[in-house]
Write a protein that binds this ligand. Structure first.
Ligand code: ADP
Ligand code: ADP
Length: 215
């Protein structure tokens, strides 16, 4: 499902975020990308979602070279990718239900089907009874679960998360990790960047050090 073929990423003015990186992930795998701060973890995820383009090599997702996609083709790629990224903030002016609804509303779903799917997604992250809550009223762990519900409401085959357990206490981090594990168990391909790989002992590790693969 994902293939990195000698991928490099250099940001101006010459920062090598990833260097000659090659690996493959089959559909349905759970991958943990770990490494120190600045190792290139976020960059790896951004290349998969075509948020950044490689400066060398090829990134293939479902056989498509995402580094050379035309701008107009990117929304189609993203439709199959759920993102749980730090910069994908919740909207604090609307409740939990409306936050999860947003991607479906943009995609033009009929209201009834959209509402059914929103509740299915909220149910999967254990927030069904909180649908009317405003994000500010949710705990940190609940906010992260809400972000996961929003990411999966379109039922993507691929779920990417960047440090989803950062800033959470250990118990809450375990609960959030369990939710990713459940999506993996129903066949979703899951790639998580985290400095704390111990939360996912069963996952396949991709370990980066200064942009190079060490494991
Ligand atoms: P990690 O997620 O492991 O902390 P990143 O992928 O965010 O690592 O960053 C890898 C390297 O690339 C770091 O040296 C970082 O400062 C640099 N970097 C990341 N994004 C940019 C950018 N947009 N412009 C310039 N340098 C960047
Ligand atoms: P339905 O639409 O059939 O009523 P759901 O939306 O609740 O059901 O999803 C059905 C099942 O599919 C759930 O058990 C869910 O965990 C699983 N599933 C498979 N792929 C995904 C995905 N990408 N995102 C969310 N759920 C998924």
């Amino acid at each position: 499902m994902i293939r990195f073929d000698r991928v490099s990423k250099r940001y101006p003015p010459g920062i090598d975020a990833l260097v000659d990186l090659s690996f493959e992930a089959a559909a349905g795998e759970l991958l943990i990308v770990s490494g120190h701060s600045g190792a290139g973890k976020s960059t790896l995820l951004k290349l998969i979602a075509a948020i950044e383009r490689p400066t060398g090599g090829a990134v293939l997702v479902n056989g498509q070279n995402v580094g050379s996609l035309a701008r107009g083709a990117i929304p189609y790629l993203r439709r199959n990718i759920g993102l749980v990224f730090q910069d994908q903030k919740l909207l604090f002016d609307r409740n939990a239900f409306a936050n999860v609804l947003l991607p479906l509303a943009i995609a033009g779903f009929a209201p009834k089907e959209a509402a059914r799917r929103v509740r299915a997604a909220l149910d999967k992250v254990g927030l069904l009874d909180r649908e009317k809550a405003m994000p500010i009223a949710l705990s940190g762990g609940e906010q992260q679960r809400l972000a996961i519900a929003r990411a999966v409401v379109g039922r993507p085959g691929l779920l990417l998360a960047d440090e989803p357990t950062a800033h959470l206490d250990p118990d809450t981090a375990h609960d959030v990790a369990a939710i990713f594990r459940e999506f993996h168990q129903v066949g979703v391909t899951v790639v998580i960047a985290t400095y704390d790989a111990t939360l996912f002992p069963e996952a396949r590790p991709i370990r980066l050090d200064h942009g190079r693969l060490t494991q």
